[in-house]
Design a protein around this ligand. Structure first.
Ligand SMILES: Cc1cc2nc3c(=O)[nH]c(=O)nc-3n(C[C@H](O)[C@H](O)[C@H](O)COP(=O)(O)OP(=O)(O)OC[C@H]3O[C@@H](n4cnc5c(N)ncnc54)[C@H](O)[C@@H]3O)c2cc1C
Length: 410
């Protein structure tokens, strides 16, 4: 049921126009539709959508997908649970942190897109593909959008088109960066049984490899690096194979395994939209901002933002309060959700940049799973970063002096 009192002033039956049918846009559409709003999603391409991503969803993000009814559309062929994160340093030392509650989920990106799309369709969200948006006009009585599929109108626009600087400029927003460093990422899938209950992070000089189980008999390897260490291997005819020489243990694991996707890259990663948001417009997901793949929370942040929108927006629409000032508390909440992930992200980026510090951190964490779990909890937004567990700090200090024994990489 649409909330009573909602006036569709432009003769449109759509209350919320969502621009961008990625995970953020579709999750928002589902969450708002579950609150009774009429929603249309405009996607420039078509579903299911694939894109470069580490594919690890944090327990909090998976819980959002469960409450939205999306997980019913995902099966073991495309999903693999994981218990925590394991770091492997290039000197053979390892540290493991288990999530404080729940399991993470590695989900093949196309399958996630398909599941979100099917759930949205089942709920009656209007789904328009091949609708690349060209112009957005904010009017006193609503939002008018022109896409390749035609003209669309709504009372509010949820902007979830990823890093689309052209459209953001139309909204008088400008691009900025939460971090100075320009980092890049790439990924490829392989047909291969998983060998760990965790997402593994393999560190090497100038590059990290993330191993995520991503459905039965499939693992995904995502790579991240800094622009100042641009790998020469990218010019090789077989870049992924060439890059694996930096991770001999992984290369052995993948030797002879059939690839299950094309090697694809993207970047720079860090980005945020700056400036006052116009009336009737709310930004979520990567459109609002993105830090880095190193801590793997981009999807979970998008899903949290979708839930926040669904909690706050219906009432504003009912009251017809959609100017910048009335939407400010929602805007604040969406920005805070993104900002809350930045401290742990910043700490992880320091480790990526300074091998000496990373070595110390992994020595410390090798003795202190409690401290590692604390960082995971902080990254998921369920515990403030500064509330360090004292026992965990003590064990970490012991680990600095007497680290756990080195292990042979799997
Ligand atoms: C290397 C790497 C590793 C990552 N690893 C992880 C991880 O392990 N875990 C995690 O949670 N996150 C990870 N992320 C982040 C995650 O992929 C993003 O945060 C997430 O995709 C954001 O979703 P979104 O819907 O905001 O944007 P997108 O997925 O980019 O979707 C935007 C959508 O908008 C559409 N669009 C664009 N322009 C228009 C237009 N003009 N008109 C209509 N539609 C338009 C696009 O076609 C697209 O479908 C990683 C990212 C990278 C780059």
């Amino acid at each position: 049921m649409a909330p009573t009192g909602s006036v569709l002033s432009m003769g449109s039956s759509i209350q919320v126009l969502v621009i961008g049918g990625g995970p953020a846009g579709l999750a928002a559409a589902i969450a708002l539709r579950l609150k009774g709003l009429t929603v249309e999603v405009l996607e420039g391409k078509t579903w299911p959508r694939d894109r470069v991503c580490g594919e690890g969803i944090m327990p909090t993000g998976w819980a959002c997908l469960e409450s939205l009814g999306v997980t019913d559309y995902l099966g073991p062929e495309d999903c693999s649970p994981f218990e925590g994160i394991r770091y492997w340093d290039d000197d053979g030392r390892t540290a493991r942190g288990v999530f404080p509650a729940g399991l993470g989920m590695g989900v093949r990106r196309q399958a996630l897109s398909r599941a979100l799309h099917e759930r949205a369709r089942e709920l009656g969200v209007v789904l328009t593909d091949h609708a690349r948006v060209k112009t957005i006009t904010i009017q006193a009585e609503g939002v008018r959008v022109v896409s390749r599929a035609g003209a669309h109108e709504g009372e509010v626009c949820v902007f979830a088109a990823g890093r689309n600087t052209g459209l953001l400029e139309q909204l008088s927003l400008r691009p900025g960066r939460p971090f100075k460093r320009r980092r890049f990422g790439a990924r490829q899938h392989f047909r291969c049984s998983r060998w760990s209950d965790d997402v593994e992070v393999w560190w090497s000089k100038g590059m990290e490899a993330y191993v995520t189980p991503s459905g039965d008999g499939r693992v995904e390897i995502a790579l991240l690096w800094d622009q100042t260490n641009e790998p020469a291997e990218l010019q090789s005819p077989e870049p992924f194979k060439a890059l694996m020489s930096r991770f001999p243990g992984l290369a052995r694991r993948l030797d002879g395994k059939e690839s299950d996707s094309r090697f694809q890259g993207t970047g720079p990663l860090a980005w945020q939209a700056l400036g006052p948001w116009p009336d009737r417009v709310l930004l979520i997901g990567d459109s609002l901002g993105y830090g880095d793949g190193i801590t793997g929370e981009g999807l979970s942040v998008s899903f949290d933002q979708a839930m926040l929108l669904a909690d706050e927006l219906p009432q504003r629409i009912t009251c017809g309060e959609l100017d910048q000032q009335a939407l400010q508390p929602i805007r604040q909440g969406l920005i805070e959700t993104f900002h809350s992930t930045l401290p742990t992200l910043r700490a992880a980026l320091i480790l990526a940049r300074w091998p000496f510090l990373r070595r110390l951190a992994i020595r410390a964490l090798s003795r202190s799973p409690q401290l590692f779990r604390h960082f995971l909890a902080a990254n998921m937004g369920v515990r403030p970063l500064w509330r360090f567990p004292l026992g965990g700090l003590l064990w970490a200090a012991i680990g600095l002096v007497v680290p756990a024994r080195k292990e042979i990489k799997p």
